[in-house]
Every structure is written in C-alpha cells, then in structure tokens.
Design a protein around this ligand. Sequence first.
Ligand code: SF4
Length: 278
Amino acid sequence: MISRVLPYVATRFQSKGVLDVASLGFRIAGFQAGAVALSNIARKSYAGSVNNPALKAIQIETLAFCNYKCSFCPTNQIEMPKGRMTDRLFESLIDQLREFEGEIRLYLRNEPLLDKRIFDFAKTADEQTKGKVVIQTNGSLLTYEAAQKLAPHAKIVVNDYTDGEVGSRIEEFAKEFDIVIANRGSDKGLSNRAGNLPSAKPKKLDAFCNRPFNQLYIAYNGQAALCCQDWTLEEIMGDASVSTLEEIWTGSTIVNKRKELLERKRTGLCAKCDYPGV
Ligand code: SF4
C-alpha cells in the first residue's frame, strides 16, 4: 500500500505543490476548516495577479465520454454536453502552447484512453511544446502496448477505482513505464462536485479558490470551463474555437471571477461548491 501512496503523493506534490497536498490530507481526515485555512494562506499570494496570473496547467478534453459510472463523479450520472474535439482545434491549442512550460493534461470530465487519437495527441503535445504532458486514466483500457506508446510522451497516472483490480493487472508493466498507480477506492468522494453530484447537496463556503488563477480547462467543443467541477459547462470563460487562449486567460469574464474569489465571494457555480480552495 505505502509503495503506491508515496509515488502518488510525490507526483501530486510536483504537480500542485505543498498546499494542495496538505489540503488533501486535511480533507481525507475530515478537517475541512484546516483546508479552508490553507486556502486563505494561498489567497494572499494571488492578490497581485488578477489580470494575468501564471498559468501552471491546462486541461484538454479531447473526447467527453467515460466508460465508468462512479458514485463520486457526475459523469454518466447527470446530463452533460458531450462530443469529440476536432483535430483542427486540438492542433490550434497545441500551436498556442509551443512555449508553455507547465502541465498539459489531456483529460477533463472524461476517460482519455477512450479516444483512439490520444497516442498521437500526446506525442504532438510532447514534441511541439515545452510542457509536461500528463494523462490521468481509470486504467481500464491501459494495456502494455498502450503504455509503450504513451509513456515516452506523457506521465501516466492510473486512478484505480476498482479496489485494486486494475492495479493488480497493470502492476508489472507499470514499473517498466514509471506509471503511478493511485488506489482511489470504488466509492471515494472528497467534494460535492460543485453541486453536480445527485447524492451531494450544494454547499456554499466563504473561501478563496485558486483554480481559475492557475489552470485553464478546455472542453471538447472549445468552451473554457470555469474549472474541473463544471460538468455541465455552466460558467464559460470563453471559447477557444473563436478566441486565443491568451484572450480567454486575460479576458474580463475570468478576471471578474478571480476578483470575486479573492474577496472570498462565491457566486454562480462556486456558490454550490465545497472545494476549500486549494
Ligand atoms: S470554488 Fe469550486 S466551482 Fe468555483 S472555481 Fe473553485 S473549484 Fe471551481
């Protein structure tokens, strides 16, 4: 067990930093107030960067489908916009990210390995940008051959929601390809998914949230979602099929949202969300 926890924590630390890991620890322990306190610490560091903060990661949803129906995830539990990103849009996004040095995460509300193009997309993103490509998958479709094609171009993290079934199947070749396996359990939920989960009530927190300050989320149709909790694409920050990523990132919609969050005002989707903010 420990042998799987440590690589996952190390990967998360590298990707999201110490406050995120500490907040996760508090949430697992059921100490929400501790996580909110960390969020308020983080808030101060973003105060001077409302208009154009440093983008650390972009999530790109190439195909909005999943083959699982998990109790803690709205996908396949609620109606949500679904479709396939065009090759042209994907190429346009990568073209704009040529100098980007952060993480390019090829997933959002979906299972990325359902998209047969994911191998070519990971290769393109790896070779044509300075970013680090990351794929988080439920592992159900991860074979030795798939890992062999993906691993040279992407960090692969398998979230095992099957109480070890997937993890045991891929364990041997996971070592060969430096794949991180996280035992997520079959019924683990640490947030109410901003009110999008039928089994969890909307909840309002008077807290900051760092997500619109460091991450951009592009759905299959080019719409830039507020964050990874926006399953129904309810709050759209812009449209990457008609605007550049820079225009979206510095546009008035997302800037106004950041101003609200800095003041610990949660409106719209955020008013239903119990994510503590880091
Ligand atoms: S408060 Fe919740 S809904 Fe709002 S940006 Fe943060 S994670 Fe998303």
